[in-house]
Write a protein that binds this ligand. Structure first.
Ligand code: FES
Length: 495
């Protein structure tokens, strides 16, 4: 880790604050609870200084200055609340609103719109601009698969333009024309293609100019609840906020973590909230010789316990447990204890599909990694690995094929769903008399090969931790209770 930067001491509205060198006044003000309004400034983009909403007075300076572009200096005295600074910000807001359509009742950004918030805070509600003199621009510009642009609502803060230039590198969004007709858009209003991070421009648009096709008009944001979580689509573990209502997730939004994902996430991860909710297994299933049928938990657990005890009585090594790089550290730890201390089998491993060797490898230049699971590193760190004389998952599959395994207990369905050698897995598992799988969602091989399916809670329905590709332990919280009769695997193993 690099040494922390030395701090400088300044005064903001009479409060003394120590801020690291290189910080701007706007960020330093946050440290003493002063929220300076801003549109163009964003913590993970370059400083622009174009919207002028963050003007403050600094002693010794003849004019008001934009606090987002002013570095803190030793002994600096800043006035945010001085009447001239307040009046300048109010006038600037009025200027930004001159041509704004004020269509908040039908705008999807209402409730999380900075323009709306500052308008309510600053007053000046009566417009001095006659409606027939307002400059009108195109209101619905389809920018492809993900985004709709309303050019009239845009305050030209350039956050989206800078994102495409500085972060994703696509240069997809640009400024066009000059003066009062200036607008953002794409070349000839073409759809945006090939930028796999473009969903972030919706998050950073401070107004309702860029809205998400996936989310718009599905929910008003004030009806949503939020939970802090971690994306499970690769070993980066981008920090996300889960916005949900009545057990249904409506969107993932990146949660700022400077050390992991800053303020960004990829579109692939963003879309994964839908996957998590598809085709859920709603209660335990038991094979009756013909097909899987619904069962209650007592029956399913009693059956697994009986079959496992019978196998242990013959030979504990006839039971194999495969941990899951998609389960939390806590669940995998319990699985490890279950295998080592309860069953006392050496057959334990987590390397379900070879992805454990890609945990640190990048898939793209920004955030995505090649390992598609969130917790291979956690499984390795807590030792969900074979005991003396036993082999990895490949050896367990060989033992299954050789008829040496009587009970195979899978903490997740990845052996069935994430590998390419489906035929080999099928042949091996077909030789196992009793296969138990914890699974939250249905999958084709599951119904063919499992004797008991233990309906699992998704990671949105339980709390825990993952270890990401850089070795960082990250906590996720439960957004809501498990669907129907699903139960977290850790609780089922304990039972
Ligand atoms: Fe400072 Fe825009 S936020 S000028």
């Amino acid at each position: 880790m690099s040494d922390p930067k030395p701090s400088v001491t300044l005064t903001i509205d009479g409060q003394t604050v120590a801020a690291p060198q290189g910080t701007n006044v706007l960020e330093a003000a946050k440290l003493v609870g002063v929220r300076v309004p801003h549109f163009c400034y964003h913590a993970d983009l370059s400083w622009e200084g174009s919207c002028r909403m963050c003007l403050v007075a600094i002693e010794g300076r003849p004019k008001l200055v934009p606090s987002c572009c002013e570095e803190v200096r030793e002994g600096m005295v800043v006035h945010f609340e001085r009447p001239d600074a307040h009046e300048a910000r109010k006038s600037q807001l009025e200027f930004l609103l001159l041509n704004h359509p004020l269509d908040c009742p039908i705008c999807d950004q209402a409730g999380e719109c900075k323009l709306q918030d500052y308008y309510m805070e600053h007053g000046g509600y009566a417009s001095q601009m006659p409606r027939d003199l307002k400059v009108h621009k195109r209101k619905v510009v389809d920018l492809g698969e993900r985004i709709v642009l309303d050019k009239e609502r845009c305050v030209l803060c350039s956050r989206c333009v800078r994102f495409c230039r500085e972060v994703s590198g696509s240069h997809a969004l640009q400024f066009f024309t000059r003066g009062v007709t200036t607008e953002i858009g794409t070349e000839n209003n073409q759809p945006i293609e090939g930028d796999e991070y473009i969903g972030n421009v919706v998050d950073i648009c401070p107004v309702g100019a860029l809205t998400s096709k996936d989310f718009r008009f599905k929910q008003r944001v004030w009806f949503l609840k939020s939970a802090e979580s971690v994306c499970t689509q690769c070993s980066t573990g981008c920090n996300v906020r889960v916005d949900h209502k009545d057990g249904v997730v409506y969107r993932y939004v990146p949660r700022r973590n400077e050390a992991v994902n800053k303020s960004w996430m990829c579109d692939f991860g963003r879309d994964s909230y839908r996957l998590e909710q598809e085709d859920r297994i709603r209660g335990p299933l038991v094979h009756d010789g013909q097909s899987l049928r619904d069962a209650d938990w007592d029956e399913a657990i009693a059956l697994v316990a009986r079959k496992t005890r019978e196998a242990i009585a013959v030979d504990p090594a006839s039971v194999a447990v495969i941990a899951s790089p998609r389960q939390s550290n806590e669940t995998n730890w319990i699985a490890r204890r279950y295998a080592r201390e309860v069953v006392q089998t050496p057959h334990l491993d987590y390397r379900v599909d070879g992805s454990h060797v890609k945990t640190t490898l990048m898939y793209d230049a920004l955030l995505r990694r090649q390992d598609p699971h969130p917790n291979n590193a956690g499984c390795a760190a807590l030792g969900a690995t074979p005991g003396a004389g036993a082999g990895d998952v490949e050896a367990i599959l060989d033992a299954c094929f050789a008829g040496k395994i009587r009970v195979l207990h899978l903490l997740g369905p990845e052996v069935l769903t994430a590998r390419h050698d489906t035929a080999r897995v099928k042949d091996a598992l077909a030789k196992v008399p009793f296969v138990v799988v914890h699974a939250a969602r249905n999958a084709p091989l599951l119904t063919d090969l499992a004797h008991v399916v233990l309906a699992d809670a998704s990671h949105l329905e339980q709390a825990g931790t993952f270890v990401n590709g850089t070795g960082r332990v990250q906590r996720f919280t439960a957004a809501f209770a498990p669907a129907a009769r699903a139960r977290p695997a850790a609780a089922v193993l304990a039972a």
